[in-house]
Design a protein. Structure first.
Length: 385
């Protein structure tokens, strides 16, 4: 596959049409779409991906495994989807031989088949290595299986596993996280690309003192949904019913059951399961606010997508998005029950004209984030020396 372009081999365990892993899939897919569209004559992407969606043993539909799939509207680059038995060192070496990449782009920190194995091969061949941690070094993420991750990071520092690796940090906060855990790391900051195809939706009519909230993403304790639902269940909603729609893959069935138990006469909670991104508009049509009380969010694609649809957000202060109230984009709140109770009571009373104003502000913010030339240039610099 000789080419005058910079050839980037992307390692991604999940890639479209997979969607259940959420943000990490959208991050790498949106990056490829954006750079391929703007710099097609300079850069060329090839993706080595798993043949499954998150938590599934069934192969993705509409793909061919073990061979290069031609570019499509959904994936504007060549993709090879591999079954688990083909995530081997031998198979990776074969792909390196075929592609002859200038750059290896990793989208996982702890994965043996999709990070450590291709990293070792790339280093032996003198291939530039760029690694996007995708929030895995955040405080909230490191609390999940903490001992295992602590041991790995300690050994990585001792053995120099990440020497000469360029880290892609999507926010200044993530850049600091990388420098904390990977000493003397080279870090390039380049914000993630939002989905550029989102269309503004009409405002959902808000009947007096009613509220429709959407929780979008993996159903997992790190998303901290129990915090917001506990607050809502303890709030007097007798004259102001609230409905919460939970949308996303169920990664912890016991956790999901515990969330549904917060429902009561005036607080309706439903679980709609995972939804393909192509069908999200229908979900947001019936939403007033996105609800995301996360304990850690590296970027928050669902937040930016919510703005694209014209929906303000109610989120924690554990994301990169701050000072939302002053900008008319929603609320970013400390994880304090009294604070959230106060603002829920305020939001229930929000008049239609203010909701319409916030909707317009949200769309303006989305447009600024999606189509900035600085965003394109920063991401291109990851791969071009």
């Amino acid at each position: 596959m000789d080419s005058p372009k910079t050839k980037v081999l992307v390692a991604a365990q999940w890639f479209p049409p997979a969607f259940k892993a959420g943000g990490p899939i959208r991050s790498v897919s949106n990056l490829i779409h954006a750079l391929n569209g703007k710099f097609h004559s300079e850069i060329e992407f090839f993706v080595f991906a798993g043949a499954y969606d998150l938590g599934s043993d069934d192969e993705l539909t509409g793909i061919k495994t073990g061979v290069w799939n031609d570019p499509t509207e959904q994936s504007p680059c060549r993709v090879i989807f591999q079954k688990r038995q083909d995530w081997s060192k031998k198979c990776w070496n074969t792909i390196f031989d075929e592609v002859k990449p200038d750059v290896l782009y990793l989208n996982s920190l702890f994965s043996l088949p999709f990070s450590l194995r291709p990293l070792k091969i790339a280093r032996s061949r003198g291939v530039r290595i760029v690694l996007a941690p995708r929030g895995m070094l955040g405080e909230g993420a490191l609390k999940i299986k903490p001992l295992k991750k602590f041991v790995f990071l300690s050994l990585a520092r001792t053995w120099g596993i990440f020497r000469d690796v360029v880290f892609h940090a999507s926010t200044p906060n993530e850049a600091e996280e990388v420098k904390t855990h990977v000493h003397n790391a080279e870090v390039i900051e380049a914000q993630n690309f939002p989905d550029p195809t989102i269309k503004l939706l009409p405002i959902l009519e808000k009947k007096q003192n009613t509220l429709n909230l959407l929780c979008l993403g993996r159903v997992h304790p790190v998303k901290n949904l129990h915090f917001a639902l506990r607050v809502l269940s303890g709030t007097d909603l007798s004259n102001s019913p609230v409905h919460v729609n939970i949308v996303g893959p169920d990664e912890d069935s016991d956790y999901l059951k515990s969330l549904l138990l917060f429902s009561n006469e005036h607080l309706g909670i439903t679980y709609s399961g995972p939804v393909n991104p192509s069908n999200l508009a229908a979900v947001f049509e019936n939403t007033h606010f996105l609800l995301q009380p996360t304990s850690h969010e590296n970027f928050g694609h669902s937040i930016v997508e919510s703005w694209g649809y014209g929906r303000p957000v109610i989120i924690s202060d554990k994301t990169p998005w701050r000072d939302l109230q002053s900008a008319g984009l929603g609320y970013d709140l400390p994880l304090n029950s009294e604070v959230w109770t106060k603002y829920f009571e305020e939001i229930l009373q929000i008049p239609p004209d203010k909701l319409a104003e916030q909707s317009a502000n949200c769309r303006d913010k989305y447009d600024q984030l999606t189509f900035a030339i600085e965003l394109l240039s920063a991401n291109l610099s990851l791969f071009k020396k």
